[in-house]
Design a protein around this ligand. Structure first.
Ligand SMILES: C[S@@+](CC[C@H](N)C(=O)[O-])C[C@H]1O[C@@H](n2cnc3c(N)ncnc32)[C@H](O)[C@@H]1O
Length: 227
């Protein structure tokens, strides 16, 4: 066998530890799903491929000033993708309604700002005048009650700075995303097959000041940068 018994034991302990954490997170998801199926919206955490697809909408310059907000972070797979992309943890605010999941996020990402609240109250929990450059959401708009989804989207529209990006995934591979304001322009749409179930990531841009998007058309270009 290669390596000393010490190294082998440490490697084994690391493997067991990582998998124990994964099992604990999966248990939390299952428990929340049983408690509130429409709020949780899924049994499986997003795959790294889905998380990376969401994170790649963000340009490096977008991470240099202002803040980025993740909605419905769950146990943190997308948070992990955003950090992998290079988002500075102190500029990242993750919002999660479930106290148990928010606690899991705080332990897993001690340098990220974790807020336990409903996304519909976003602005009352983010103080200061830092611009919100992008909102990355895993909220299950299709399973949430219609009026809740609609209230959250109004909050997103108001909170996002002009020119900012709204990134959302859905398991509904066909059809339009629910509630997206007509002024938001779709700048990217991508299918991620390596996820359970496969998902579609869509990126929208809020118009800059003085700019109006007449129709929501896909122009195939990379996600525009927030001003
Ligand atoms: C589909 S799961 C996504 C979890 C994780 N981001 C992932 O990709 O695996 C949706 C998450 O949104 C949270 N959620 C649902 N409604 C919410 C709301 N109004 N405000 C904040 N979080 C909410 C749920 O508790 C759940 O953790």
């Amino acid at each position: 066998m290669n390596g000393s018994p010490d190294r082998t034991e440490r490697g084994l302990n690391g493997f067991v530890g990582r998998n124990r954490m994964r099992v604990q997170r999966q248990y939390l998801i299952l428990r929340e799903l049983i408690r509130q199926p429409r709020v949780m919206g899924t049994l499986f955490p997003s795959s790294p491929a889905l998380a990376d697809e969401m994170a790649c909408a963000l340009s490096p310059s977008m991470m240099k000033s202002g803040i980025l907000v993740e909605l419905g972070a769950g146990t943190g797979p997308v948070t992990e993708g955003l950090l992998r992309r290079g988002v500075p943890p102190e500029r990242l605010f993750v919002v999660e309604k479930s106290p148990a999941l928010a606690e899991c996020l705080s332990k897993r990402f001690p340098s990220v700002n974790v807020i336990c609240c409903g996304a519909e109250e976003l602005r009352s929990h983010i103080k200061g005048d830092e611009k919100i450059r992008a909102i990355i959401s895993s909220l299950p708009f299709r399973s949430l009650p219609f009026d809740v989804g609609s209230a959250i989207m109004k909050e997103i529209e108001a909170a996002l700075s002009p020119g900012g990006l709204f990134v959302q995934f859905t398991y509904a591979l066909i059809g339009e995303m629910l509630h997206v304001p007509p002024t938001f322009k779709k700048v990217r749409s991508h299918l991620v097959l390596y996820n359970l179930p496969p998902a579609k990531v869509e990126v929208f841009r809020k118009p800059k000041r003085g700019e109006r998007h007449r129709e929501r058309e896909e122009d195939g270009t990379a996600a525009a940068e927030a001003s």
